[in-house]
Ligand binder design. Structure first.
Ligand SMILES: Cc1cc2nc3c(=O)[nH]c(=O)nc-3n(C[C@H](O)[C@H](O)[C@H](O)COP(=O)(O)OP(=O)(O)OC[C@H]3O[C@@H](n4cnc5c(N)ncnc54)[C@H](O)[C@@H]3O)c2cc1C
Length: 389
């Protein structure tokens, strides 16, 4: 073995494949019962491809990411539609000119659209905060409607914290389209694997130099000896590069305390197929639910028995000891938690053959495009070390 990788998620698999294609033998250990990490999907009893850890779709502005994926599988270009339910009406997400028509009718709506075009010339997208703070009363009123009825409620529920404690940057990034554009994501390339994400995982692992084992929790075997900065596996020295894509606090026995995460519970239901077009519906005003995914509305789906699968999402604070909310999904990134993370990171850096990567290892929310690009960077670094550069 030339490299051991902990975690068979997208990050671990991309690193493994890169190293294998450069002639290295790689072994992956994964504690779940399946490959793919959070992108894992399977065909359920309704014949639908269901993503166990929440709906996924690729979106990126970087063509290299798309080319990378297409080396292994075929993809289908697709644009997801997303709506938000406010006072019993379904508004497009992000808000756009259709939302203005719905809210203000033709006359008042036309005035507002014209004002927006003049206030933000040549802009296709603006942030909600730039509207809330705008000097024109009508523009600011539109901004406040979105803020009060959607973003404030949704964000506080999603993060389980009062809105005042959440960085204003979050709102700085929330887009509003100054057109009738209705795609949920503004990115240039949007696509899904034609045969699902697990198929992508299988293709990435399909190299004779890659082997993997499931149901293996690395923290039960790895020991990091701080005295001599050496790592062992079941007391045998491990001198090859080790890539760790799990939570860093766990690797060090939580010695400085736990890194907090936000988690989700998914409630799964079977329902008849309806005519609605939106795959994902947000419920900002509901007490606990944030969003509902109708899997038959996602791309490349078929409904052989006329039924669909619905996933209802309820956010929770992450707690590994509970039967729900026990997956670490979203790092709670703030000054305090960054400080805690940095302590673990400094510990990790003392081990010259330990490479920390992935959304858990780096304690960052990464979309799949960033996960792939970062994984390729880490893989390049490992090759440099291996080649003695
Ligand atoms: C609800 C949700 C929806 C998302 N939707 C999108 C989307 O639409 N588009 C998009 O681009 N991105 C999306 N993402 C982000 C995407 O899931 C991540 O970018 C990607 O899965 C990260 O891959 P990873 O390998 O870093 O982490 P993971 O997929 O979490 O893989 C890490 C793996 O390591 C394993 N592991 C951890 N510790 C150990 C251990 N001690 N021993 C053995 N194995 C271990 C874990 O079991 C896991 O399988 C979404 C994320 C969430 C949470």
């Amino acid at each position: 073995m030339d490299c051991l990788i902990v975690g068979c998620g997208l990050c671990g698999m991309v690193i493994a494949r890169f190293l294998a294609e450069h002639g290295k033998r790689v072994h992956i250990v994964e504690r779940r019962r399946h490959i793919g990490g959070n992108i894992y999907d399977f065909r359920d009893e309704n014949g639908l491809l269901v993503q166990k850890y929440g709906p996924h779709s690729f979106f990126t502005d970087n063509i290299e990411v798309k080319r990378y994926i297409e080396r292994y599988i075929s993809v289908k270009d697709c644009y997801l539609e997303y709506v938000t339910m406010i006072n019993g009406r379904s508004f497009p997400m992000p808000f756009n000119f259709k939302a203005i028509d719905m809210l203000y009718g033709e006359d008042k709506g036309s005035v507002l659209k014209e004002k927006l075009r003049r206030a933000f010339p040549e802009r296709e997208v603006v942030s909600v905060s730039s509207l809330v703070e705008h000097e024109d009363g009508q523009i600011a009123e539109f901004g406040r409607f979105m803020y009060e009825n959607e973003y404030r409620l949704y964000t506080a529920k999603q993060w389980g914290r009062p809105i005042e404690t959440i960085s204003p940057d979050v709102f700085g990034r929330v887009p509003v389209y100054l057109s009738y554009k209705k795609e949920y994501e503004p990115h240039k390339y949007q696509f899904v694997p034609e045969n699902g994400f697990t198929d992508l995982a299988e293709r990435l692992l399909d190299d004779e130099r890659i082997s993997y084992e499931l149901n293996v929790d690395a923290t039960e075997h790895l020991k990091l000896n701080e005295q001599n900065a050496a790592i062992t596996w079941d007391d045998r020295p491990l001198t090859c590069p080790i890539v760790y894509t799990g939570p860093l606090d766990e690797l060090f026995g939580f010695k400085y305390g736990r890194l907090p995460y936000r988690s989700l519970e998914f409630i799964w239901k079977t329902a008849p197929v309806t005519n609605s077009t939106a795959a994902i519906v947000a419920w900002p005003q509901a007490e606990t639910v944030t969003r509902v995914t109708d899997f038959c509305k996602l791309p490349v789906q078929e409904t052989p028995n006329g039924k669909t699968t619905i996933a209802i999402e309820i956010p929770f604070e992450y707690d590994p000891n509970r039967p729900f909310g026990n997956e670490p999904y979203y790092p709670i990134d703030n000054v305090k938690t960054r400080g805690l993370y940095d302590k673990y990171r400094q510990e990790a850096e003392r081990f010259s053959n330990l490479f920390v990567a992935g959304r858990l290892g780096e304690y960052k929310y990464y979309n799949m495009d960033h996960t792939i690009l970062n994984a390729l960077k880490v893989a390049g670094k490992i090759m440099e070390v291996k080649n003695g550069k």
